[in-house]
Write a protein that binds this ligand. Structure first.
Ligand code: ZN
Length: 144
């Protein structure tokens, strides 16, 4: 018996408890019945960021970006592709720094795109600059 994990729903942002062995199967949210892992990045803002970063047992990879940033737009498809490969081991999220200036300020985001990896609410790694899917997946896995 492995201990249950908390995974936060990407649709309604409710924490869900699920057996660790069931993580690979994905599963559905107890509240909204949406897929807990949809293979796509979730858009986060000040209202739900801490739930995903702090309440979940799944490490959270955040892409801090902005609509006016060319390299960010270039990286968006690679990031979406990486979500398919990294879920459910990691949760991938995007924070629009133009709309979420408080979050950008809180994490001292100076250049975009910036990728930051969070475990149990703590930032454990950061990387600035656009990456392709393979480099992105490799970088995330290299963080242990
Ligand atoms: Zn839900």
């Amino acid at each position: 018996m492995s201990a249950p994990l908390i995974a936060v729903c990407p649709h309604c942002h409710s924490p869900n408890r699920l057996p660790a062995g069931r993580l690979a199967d994905g599963g559905t949210c107890g509240k909204c019945k949406g897929a807990l892992f949809a293979g796509a990045p979730v858009e986060l803002g000040a209202a739900n960021f801490d739930t995903h970063a702090g309440r979940s047992d799944i490490p959270l990879l955040v892409d801090f970006w902005a609509p006016w940033c060319g390299p960010c737009r270039t990286m968006a498809p690679a990031f979406a592709q990486a979500a398919k490969q990294l879920e459910p081991e990691f949760r991938l999220a995007k924070v629009n720094t133009e709309e979420e200036q408080q979050l950008a300020a809180r994490f001292g985001i100076r250049s975009i795109p910036t990728l930051a990896l969070f475990r149990n609410g703590q930032e454990v790694a950061r990387q600035s600059g656009a990456m392709d899917t393979a480099s992105l997946v490799r970088w995330v896995r290299a963080q242990g």
